[in-house]
Structure formats: C-alpha cells, structure tokens
Design a protein around this ligand. Structure first.
Ligand SMILES: Nc1nc2c(ncn2[C@@H]2O[C@H](COP(=O)(O)OP(=O)(O)OP(=O)(O)O)[C@@H](O)[C@H]2O)c(=O)[nH]1
Length: 352
C-alpha cells in the first residue's frame, strides 16, 4: 500500500494529477468528502469517472479541544481523530495515543491509494484550542483549507461513543461559524470506540442518546458510523469500506459536489490566478536564461551550451512541480484574514 505523509505545509497535488487519478480528502474530528462538479472547466480529475468517488476526506481534527476536555473531563484524551485517520489510511501514519494534551500539533495530510483512488486525509491539530490562541488556530485552519482546496468531499466529526458534551456542541458551532451551516450536508459523524457498544447496535445507542446529539445527527442527515480503531487489520479495512460507501452515498446526494462554500469559495480561483502569474514569470525567466546562454561567448562548444540549457530546464521543471504549493504560500495571508475575520467574531463568546 502506498501511504505518504507530509507534516509541513504544502498543497495537495490534486491539480497536477493525471486524469486517471482522483484523490479523496479526509479531515479528522470533522471529516469532509467532496466530489467535484462535472461541469468544472477543466474537469476535475475525479469528474472524469462515471461514478464519482469522494476525492478528499478531511478527518477532522478541525477542532482540538484537549485542554477544554481536561478541564471538564479529567484524564480525558483525544476523541480518536488520528486513530481514525490511520484506520482510513490503513497504516499508522499519524501519531495517536493517550495524552493529557493534544498530540497533533500541526495540520498534516497523508494520502493513500485505496482501490485505485487516491485518498487524501487531513489531520489538524489544536484547532479551537484557546491555549494555542486565535492566531495559531486560524493558521492551522488555513493550512487545512489549503490542503483540501477546492473543498473536501466530507467532514468527519469524530466523537467517542458515550460522549457528547457541551464541548462537542461548541465545536459544532465553531465549525458552522467557520465553514457555514451547509457544512452539515457534507458531514458524517464517526463514533470511535465501537467496541464499547458491546452487544448494542448503534441505532439503539442513538435512540437513547441526549436530545442534542440526536438533533445534531438529524442535521447531518442521519449519517453516522461506529468505528473501532482497535480492531484487527481485516476488520478495519471492512470498516473503511463501509464508511466510504456511506460517504459516497452522501456525495451522490450532494449532486456529487464537494464542499465549496464560504472560505473555499474564491480561494481556488486565487490559487489558479497566482499559479498562472508564477508560471509566466518562470517561463520568462527560462527564456531569458536560454538566450543568455546561447549568446555567452565564454561557452566555447555547443555541448557546453546544451548542458547549461538542460540545467536551466531542470530548475524550471522543479519550480513548476511546486507551483501550487508556492501559490498557496502566496495567498496564505489572504486566507488567514478570511478565517480570522470569521472566527474572531465568535471566538471569545464561545471560549470565555
Ligand atoms: N478502544 C479504542 N480506543 C481508541 C479508539 N480510537 C482511538 N482510541 C484511543 O484513544 C486515544 C486517543 O486517540 P487519538 O487518535 O490520539 O485521538 P486524537 O483525537 O487524535 O487526539 P489528540 O491528537 O491528542 O487530540 C488513543 O489511545 C487511541 O488508541 C477506538 O476505536 N477504540
């Protein structure tokens, strides 16, 4: 299985994928799957397939609340976002474990080849963590947004079985404030610690759940799934299959669309514009460089010139390979101000 991870900030390479590839993005605590629309021009790689599969899932550490949980629920650790991401990725890619503090410090993404599809999972750290503060939280959300641009197919809200406190409710409020209310149309609730249900069914658990959880499930169109990240490998793969089927149904219900509201809206366009400008700059640079080499009197033989030109072409190719990442870095401040403006309005109200 091909699993890769990038811990530092970089953009997903979806724009550069050959047409036969279609990645799936996942974000943990809130996971998101999105399908590109078929009339996209040029069509998104995944739009080229008759049955459009989820392209990206963000398995949602969109919200990390470890410090708050520590206040209210002693010895409470993470909800299992990284563990769920690892289950989906089929490998221990992200750090997961018992800790009084959030283990995941930075937004990170990893991809997996799953049944011929590229699955992109975004794991975010301490988001909405007041200990980190608003600027750090905004920065991590920005990375998450850029990782999953032009928008994820699904947000996976990861909650352990037996827990739905005021913290989870606040988290949901924050997600909605950041991404817009329609985010729930792209949301699946993933209950971790499925084994704690023992002989009970998830339906029975939900039937007896607190009204606030029932209402949240209803908002998410009844989409929920119980997962055990402690299951053996074969069982985990079976769970991933079921979860993906659920996500695919949701994506089809959403007219195969990925989540592209609010903050995602013009980011894709800006990314493209910035990338086009950079492409032009680098193409001009290459042309000038080649001209200088051709007219360089100190280079005696044609072989010498050809070698220099080849080197210049190589440098150009390298820049082109990283063009989307560079474009993302260029618009980072813009995305940051978008997120900060939105989140700043509710941050102090929710976390006071
Ligand atoms: N029994 C059981 N334990 C689980 C399950 N999922 C996660 N865990 C455990 O719960 C603990 C926390 O899981 P993480 O994946 O680190 O949780 P997280 O939400 O990413 O946590 P932070 O990154 O610290 O915020 C770890 O010890 C996991 O092994 C599950 O389905 N069953």
């Amino acid at each position: 299985m091909d699993t890769t991870i990038e811990k530092s900030y970089s953009l997903p390479s979806t724009h550069l994928l050959p047409p036969w590839k279609y990645p799936l993005n996942i974000t943990l605590p809130v996971g998101t799957l999105y399908f590109p629309s078929l009339d996209q021009n040029p069509p998104h790689p995944s739009a080229l397939f008759p049955i459009v599969p989820p392209r990206s899932v963000i398995l949602g550490p969109l919200l990390r609340q470890a410090h708050l949980l520590n206040k209210l629920v002693s010895s409470q650790t993470g909800s299992g976002k990284s563990a769920t991401a690892n289950t989906i990725l089929g490998d221990k890619v992200f750090q997961s474990g018992i800790s009084a503090q959030s283990l995941t410090k930075r937004c990170q993404k990893a991809t997996r080849d799953w049944k011929g599809r590229e699955l992109l999972v975004v794991d975010t750290p301490g988001l909405f963590d007041t200990k980190e503060g608003l600027p750090t939280t905004c920065k991590e959300i920005c990375k998450c947004v850029l990782f999953s641009c032009p928008g994820p197919h699904a947000f996976l809200m990861v909650i352990p079985v037996g827990r739905y406190t005021v913290l989870e409710q606040q988290t949901v409020e924050l997600i909605k404030a950041t991404f817009g209310n329609s985010v729930t149309k792209h949301m699946v609730i993933v209950f971790t610690r499925r084994e704690d249900l023992e002989d009970s069914k998830l339906d029975d658990y939900i039937a007896n759940a607190h009204v606030s959880l029932k209402s949240f499930i209803h908002e998410c169109g009844g989409r929920c799934y119980a997962i055990s990240n402690r299951a053996n490998k074969a069982e985990k793969e079976g769970q991933v299959q079921e979860l993906m089927e659920l996500i695919e149904r949701m994506v089809l219900e959403n007219a195969r669309g990925y989540f592209s509201e609010k903050i995602y809206k013009d980011i894709e366009e800006r990314l493209k514009q910035k990338a086009d400008i950079l492409k032009k700059i680098y193409a001009d640079q290459l042309r000038n460089e080649i001209k200088l080499i051709e007219n360089d009197g100190s280079l005696k033989s044609e072989e010498e010139k050809a070698e220099k030109i080849q080197e210049a072409n190589k440098r150009y190719d390298e820049k082109m390979k990283n063009i989307m990442e560079e474009a993302g870095q260029n618009i980072f401040e813009y995305v940051f101000s978008l997120v900060k403006n939105t989140l700043g309005k509710i941050w102090h109200r929710l976390w006071k």
